[in-house]
Design a protein around this ligand. Structure first.
Ligand SMILES: Cc1ncc(COP(=O)(O)O)c(C=O)c1O
Length: 437
């Protein structure tokens, strides 16, 4: 039985006190990252030039629950708990028999889930005495989140933004600069990696893999600078589990059991991991049988078309080797508008869940994604991020199928961000000028 509730709003006291680490609960251990030189499992000290020990410990932890430090929780209070809403008007708009819910992360200070990990990473680095963080950004959401978080802890931030979105989303770098960050279009002339990539790929639209190479190089060259990654690694997925932990409670407020289907977009995998990993635990422990679907872009379909093997996390081969579904480290995706999904690989933890058939995946084209995003915006009054549109499109496929079959499943969508700064993409779509991918 459902109630007439539309938004399930939790009190601040329900912000999770601990992140959930699924590693100890998995039936098989995920393959470890390898040192690119020795090809042996990576040791903690291999990562110290880039990350503080607190994050390295989280990266390799086998503890089920990891306490969220007080100062991080204090910042999370600015936007958490995020709402979980019943998309009644969307249900009506498509005339579905399904019950559709969405967890909206776009109300965070910079407009996406990325802030959940940015504040945790900035805090751990500040505690270790680090003065500056360097990073990559695809859509500009991660860069904005880290720019906000670093200044909150008195640090500097240098961001390499993928060229295609630097040009197509000009307000994103203004947002980062507003928070005090320095932003470069990547590949740039400022790093050895950037110069080599510009020579190898003239006129490239750039990619997350390239921007990572540049940001890693900047951190490796300086003792007081660390590197910060917006996705892919275990500790980033860990920080995002606050999303799913809250959603579990909010679903109960609606009088619902766990959802039958969960759709979340996946670039490097942190948003998907954040909302889905607590539900994977529910499934493993027999409390639910939620069908979890990673929605990736057709332009970078790492799970549905990639190979499961060790590969570099960046284009220049500077990172450890990660066992993941990959399209190849030098694969440059078409410059689709969902810049945050243009990544050649997928988080090792998400790759492991996929290879163990604990989650499913689907590839969605850009036109179908924006069609779904516009429908969602008109019904719910929220313009979703280009990335989030992929999850909405996946959910709409399922809702329409349910209507045809006369079933009424519960569908949960992870709406990872706001699309207010993606309006040039919406403009292109509405004018009929957007190419499919
Ligand atoms: C709004 C939004 N959703 C999703 C993503 C994809 O990243 P991830 O797979 O790490 O969640 C991004 C990346 O920039 C993003 O900005």
């Amino acid at each position: 039985m459902t109630t007439a509730l539309t938004h399930a709003v939790l009190p601040e006291s329900d912000i999770p006190t601990h992140w959930y680490n699924i590693v100890p609960d998995l039936p098989t251990a995920p393959p470890p990252p390898l040192h690119p030189g020795t090809k042996q499992p990576l040791q903690a000290e291999d990562l110290t030039p880039l990350f503080p020990m607190a994050l390295i410990e989280q990266e390799v932890s086998t503890e089920r629950w990891i306490e969220i430090p007080g100062p991080v929780r204090d910042l999370l209070r600015l936007w958490r708990p995020s709402p979980l809403s019943r998309a009644r008007r969307l249900e009506e708009a498509i005339g579905t028999t399904a019950r559709i819910y969405y967890k909206y992360e776009g109300a965070s200070p910079v407009g996406s889930h990325k802030t959940n990990s940015a504040v945790a990473q900035a805090y751990a680095n500040a505690q270790a005495g680090i003065k500056k963080l360097s990073t990559e950004t695809g859509a500009g959401q991660w860069g904005s989140a880290l720019a906000f978080a670093t200044q909150a802890f008195g640090m500097e931030c240098e961001v390499f933004q993928v060229r295609s979105t630097y040009d197509s989303k000009p307000y994103r770098h203004v947002l980062m600069e507003t928070f005090g960050a320095t932003v470069h279009s990547s590949p740039s002339e400022l790093t050895n990696a950037g110069r080599a990539l510009r020579e190898r790929f003239p006129d490239t639209p750039g990619s997350l893999g390239m921007a990572i190479s540049e940001a890693v190089e900047v951190a490796a060259m300086s003792d007081d600078t660390n590197y910060s990654l917006g996705s892919v690694l275990n500790h980033v997925l860990l920080h995002q589990t606050v999303i799913g932990l809250e959603a579990l409670k909010q679903h109960a407020m609606f009088g619902e059991q766990a959802p039958d289907h969960l759709f979340a977009c996946a670039g490097g995998g942190s948003n998907l991991g954040g909302i889905a990993i607590p539900y994977v635990r529910e499934n493993l422990e027999g409390r639910a049988s939620t069908h979890i679907v990673a929605c990736e872009p057709k332009a970078a379909p790492s799970l549905t078309q990639g190979e499961y093997r060790y590969d570099f996390g960046d284009t220049s081969g500077m990172t450890p080797l990660l066992k993941m579904y990959t399209l190849g480290a030098d694969f440059v995706p078409d410059p689709v508008h969902a810049g945050g999904l243009r990544y050649h690989g997928m988080a090792p933890l998400i790759s492991h869940l996929y290879s163990e058939q604990l989650i499913d995946a689907v590839a969605i084209g850009q036109l179908e994604a924006f069609d779904a995003g516009v429908l969602f915006a008109r019904a719910e009054g929220i313009v979703p991020a280009s990335e989030s549109n992929h999850a909405i499109a996946g959910a709409l496929r399922e809702a329409r199928k349910a209507t045809e079959e006369g079933t009424s499943p519960v569908i949960l969508i992870g709406v990872s961000g706001s699309g207010q700064l993606d309006l040039p993409a919406y403009q292109e779509f509405l004018a009929g000028r957007m190419a499919d991918s």
